[in-house]
Design a protein around this ligand. Sequence first.
Ligand code: ZN
Ligand code: ZN
Length: 347
Amino acid sequence: MKAVVYEGVKKLAVKQVDPPSVHNDSIVVRVHTCAICGTDVKAYNIGIASIKPPVILGHEFIGSIEEVGRSVKGFSPEDRVTMATTLPCGHCLMCRRGLPNLCMDKSPVGTFINGAFAEYLEVPARGIEHGNLMKVPDSLSDIAGSISEPLGCVINSQNIAGVGFPDTVVVIGGGPLGLLQAESAKARGALKTVLIQRSKKRYEMAREFNIDHVVCSEGTDPVKYVLDLTDGFGADVVINAAPTREAVQLAFRLVAKSGRVSLFASVPKDNPLVEIDANHIHYGQISVFGASDSTAENHYEAMHLLAKGGISTDKLITHVLAIDDFFKGIDLINSREAMKVVIRPNG
Ligand SMILES: [Zn+2]
Ligand SMILES: [Zn+2]
């Protein structure tokens, strides 16, 4: 079968590999669609140290079950499925606390075990036992459904920060995840949603989405804009979805007293220190939250939000390509021509 194989830093190949075979306790899935994630692009551009080569990339997928292992219950051939990426151990302290996304012995699909940029993918017992693999509702298309994983990560962060009615929610960064953050906040009942984007190109793209206010910070002062919009108070929730230290600092200038800041995006690994006024947090009673990855519950919620039509997937998914065009997809993302690119491994 054809697959996208990560073979080391700056080494990625679309090539023929042996298809997986089913085991007693596993399931083999025929992949319909798999979206390219920032992680995949990063692996191609600069390499990711935690990825164990050789491994097939891809974790944002929808497929149908090809074969079910003899001891597996609850799934049948032809079931359409998707999967939460991080397969937890189920026994460590984090798993015991109901935080499988923070599992200390996790095996993520598409970086640690073979992923879904391939015609077929094997789901090991771990992915079945802990509820990661799940059936997809008929109303959700293969293409739209491949956004379930990134949207699950967004839902994780919004659950942690308690986003809902009647919050004014400001999102910094108009990439795919920032757009998902803003539209998800709206779907959860946010009173006002604001998206701040620096570059003009993505600002113009973001204006097409279901977001109340889109601000281009190249021409408009985002702090003044948000203060004017909120009678001088600032935002109830600020979510940083831009991978820079400046964006983290901006978040604290946008948040109201008693507000919440979610550090959803990471900052460059080689320079992660950010200077923040601790007294501003202290006197303002500001809460700061981290958020990373998603759980099977988050993934399930995301899948149903997509099925309900709560997210502009038609605008977010700008390209659908064959697996042979994988590198074209990477180029489209690197040049910012594309938002989300979906690959169809089986044509
Ligand atoms: Zn992803
Ligand atoms: Zn664990």
